[in-house]
Design a binder for this molecule. Structure first.
Ligand code: C5P
Length: 242
């Protein structure tokens, strides 16, 4: 997979999501669905998006005992998801189990489909960007600086054999330096230079994210709330992919 813009489809129903995507005509953007939509509509939502020709990032941030994480990945891999994720805080053992579950599902998926597509990427969340250093140190009792914890979790993710991490665009460069250029960085918190930040704090433009080497940007409201959603998506692609 190369550099791409992933649209965060933060909608509450399948109808709303499909109505939104129909505006794109023949274009088939890479989309992300999160807990709200997945819990509301279930695995059928992923199958429907795949059948319509979209690549799908299923953002469920799995965090459980290794056996349960592996079972969750067997389900998601069997749906043909292109990117799935876990919390690095689940530990190496959990990430390795998740990877094994996903690989098993991928093999059965290929057998069922009668062809080998691209292998799904398994990535990890390091520290949520909503967790600040104060909360991490005083509530979670993790005493190190936040930036060190993020880098440590990223290295642990790489050592568990995963493909990359979700991180803020500000962290992408340091993570590539520490974990290698091929380690994938998926970065939300993207805003156009002239658009509202909303509740995001540390934001970057698509062009800046390109410059610091993000592999995928996740863009929600700057596209979903735009007056012309297709132009906003195309502007993102122009600025990020070139
Ligand atoms: O609308 P906006 O562009 O802020 O949407 C960003 C998307 O990325 C949302 O779906 C949000 O849940 C997700 N996300 C994030 N920060 C993270 C992880 C995921 O904003 N650290």
């Amino acid at each position: 997979m190369g550099k791409d813009v992933i649209i965060a489809c933060d909608f509450s129903s399948k109808r709303e999501t499909i109505d939104f995507l129909e505006k794109f005509g023949e274009l088939r953007p890479f989309v992300k669905i999160g807990m709200e939509l997945y819990y509301a509509e279930g695995p059928e939502m992923v199958r429907e998006l795949k059948a319509r020709g979209h690549k799908v990032f299923v953002d469920l941030k799995v965090h459980d005992i290794p056996n349960t994480a592996a079972s969750a990945m067997r389900v998601l891999g069997g749906l043909g998801a292109d990117i799935v994720n876990v919390h690095a805080a689940g530990t190496k053992r959990m990430m390795e189990a998740a990877k094994a579950g996903l690989e098993e599902a991928y093999e059965s998926f290929c057998e069922r489909e009668g062809k080998r597509g691209e292998k799904p990427l398994l990535i990890a969340v390091t520290q949520l960007t909503s967790t600040d250093e104060e909360a991490m140190q005083h509530e979670l009792l993790i005493e190190k600086p936040l930036v060190d914890v993020v880098l440590h979790y990223a290295k642990m993710t790489r050592d568990s054999g995963l493909d990359g991490v979700v991180c803020s665009a500000q962290e992408a460069e340091g993570i590539h330096d520490a974990c290698g250029e091929n380690f994938v960085t998926v970065t939300p918190g993207i805003r156009f230079a002239d658009s509202q930040k909303g509740d995001q704090r540390r934001v970057m433009t698509p062009a800046e994210a390109k410059k610091i080497g993000s592999d995928y940007i996740v863009v929600g409201r700057p596209i979903t709330q735009a007056e012309d959603v297709v132009s906003a998506y195309e502007r993102c692609c122009r600025e990020f992919i070139g």
